[in-house]
Design a protein around this ligand. Sequence first.
Ligand code: GLC
Length: 740
Amino acid sequence: MKKIACFILLFSSATTAGAQQNTFIRNLLQRMTLDEKIGQLNLLTSDMDVTGPFMKENYKQDILSGACGAIFNAYTPQYTRQLQNMAMQTRLKIPLLFGYDVIHGHKTIFPIPLGEACTWDMALMEKSARIAAEEASADGLHWTFSPMVDIARDPRWGRVAEGVGEDTWYGMQAAKAKVKGYQGSDLAANNTILACVKHFALYGAAEAGRDYNTVDMSRRQMYQFYLPPYKAAIEAGVATVMTSFNEVDGIPATGNYWLLSELLRKEWGFRGFVVTDYTSINEMIPHGIVKNEYEAGELALKAGVDMDMQGGIYAGQLKKLVQNKKISMQEIDRAVTRVLEAKYKLGLFSDPYRYCDSQRAAAQIMSPAHLQAAREIAQRSIVLLKNSNNLLPLKKGAHVALIGPLADSKKDMIGNWSAAGDHKKAVTLREALQERVNLAYAQGANITGDTGLLKKLNITDTGRTDEMLQAAVEIARKAEVVVLALGESQGMSGEAASRSDIGLPANQRRLLEAILGAGKPVVLVLMNGRPLTLEWENAHVPAILETWFLGTQAGHAIADVLLGDYNPSGKITMTFPRNVGQVPIYYNHKNTGRPLDPNNKYTSKYLDVSNEPLYPFGYGLSYTTFAYDNLRLDKNSMRLRDKLRVSVTVTNSGALDGEEVVQLYIQDVTASVNRPVKELKGFQKIMLRKGESREVVFNITAEDLKFYDRNMQYTAEPGAFKVFVGTNSRDVAEAVFELQ
Ligand code: GLC
């Protein structure tokens, strides 16, 4: 009886709160003029940070006149209070919403998302979002333009850095974790913020990996591989959605009624508000879909866009569109209601300054606990790609030569999209190592020898390269071991940073060859925002660590792994190709009608490179080793309502305690639509003491076997299935079962 009473009480209080909200907003809407309504749909950037092509000068005037309802790129309690004060001088005192790209931390910066994804730890991914929300909300912010969940299979695209890689199911798990971390269980709490799933939709499939380029795929490809992570964020309750720059089925996402109304609202039931990406309404003109801003505004609003980011089109065109009866007041009210509901849920109408608390900022921002969490997550984001003759971990007290353009670069440690991150507080590898080993340091080379690129990246050329290289060779000769920190600058990935050649810059390769020539053991520490082509490096360097851009605690985390204080457990979530000619290359590919047969010329292959990637999805080594035995299914045939128990014995067969990510993949061998050779459907990250064995169990249900069939119905079809369990997507044990 008690439980039922509790439920009724909870249900009735929720409906009362909902009714109060609806009444409040209805009453407010009735008092608003058309100009005031349109102002709520206008999002402008402050001049504190710039994240797009241009910015409006007199945005403060727009706040004072009620022509702007939300600001992005403004934070600190002081500055947001100053701007909120302006909004409180408007006739109806509707509070401003403050948004920002809190992508991988606010002030305490965590690894870039593609790096953090290598932890295979959803609790940690939720934790970093929670900490980011704690700090951002303490710093005056209500809303983050995160998580970015765009599936991407092309590492030439710079924005792979912001996502979690190529796998749909993994992307769904990460999307849920991030939304939960940012929004918590109560948006009315002052330490939770609105999340914003982006970029809706399919932005990661830009042709040739060139940012903002055409996207073209079948409906089936969308539903099966690219849309599920956005849907997972919606199902997790994400408060807002951001439209993408690209077209979907030939119509830009920002003006795509099917995408924003039919799919997002009717099919998926999304009830929050939709904001565009930076000036993406304006960009429908160069897309060639509308003639002018008037048409662009009409198309966007009718498609389902509620808020115009920085385009000024809603501000400039909606009134005319209503006066010309192109858009109804009802359509305007629908958009305004959604925006006002978000502000109401945050509690901004009762206290517009509740996020402007300097005491909280001082207590929360970069607290020791947050920095410790950043170090732990950074450690777990590191992937050991190679470790010949157990060169790693290094002996404590070893005489180490640390060389490379990324060995002592604070700015690069926090990566791209590090928004409010303070790079001056980032710990470099040099700073961390010099406390712990006998260290010599030389930069050795610039990040690139391409002076044009240096200029584009705003990197000053730090001197004559041959002298720098010579000095580095000298210290290498005198050391026991060399640690070489090479890769990309943070500006070589992220937005508008596609690369057609994804190898190490040529001058860094020259440095690497010169250092190898010095005859000492070399550990290559990579810092980069995308999978790189490393076939030469993999053939010539004994030990390779992939460290991405690990954030504020980067140096400590890398040193912890180099010196064995943390045994690396990271696994890549995006395939590393052998060369860029293989791209797009991903593990969950189709078999084709002529799968590779080395003895048959007429099968799917290249003349000049293997079909296999250099490092496959899910790959990552440890300082110990793990053995997989005894893969067992509790039945070899299952009905739709059954659970199939899959178990495997994993043993730590090495000399050190370590964590292993046990991965479960499934193949639907024959179906009404051809299915990938394998798809990730589960994983478990386990800690095993040296010598310890453990049975790891997965339960497969019909849900794991579903796909979009020939009629686009999401269903499981009877037939043969393969199940794979292993340490990555390539090295697996397999078994078969039948779905009846
Ligand atoms: C940028 C990005 C988007 C970001 C927005 C605001 O152009 O595409 O991811 O959230 O503008 O900075």
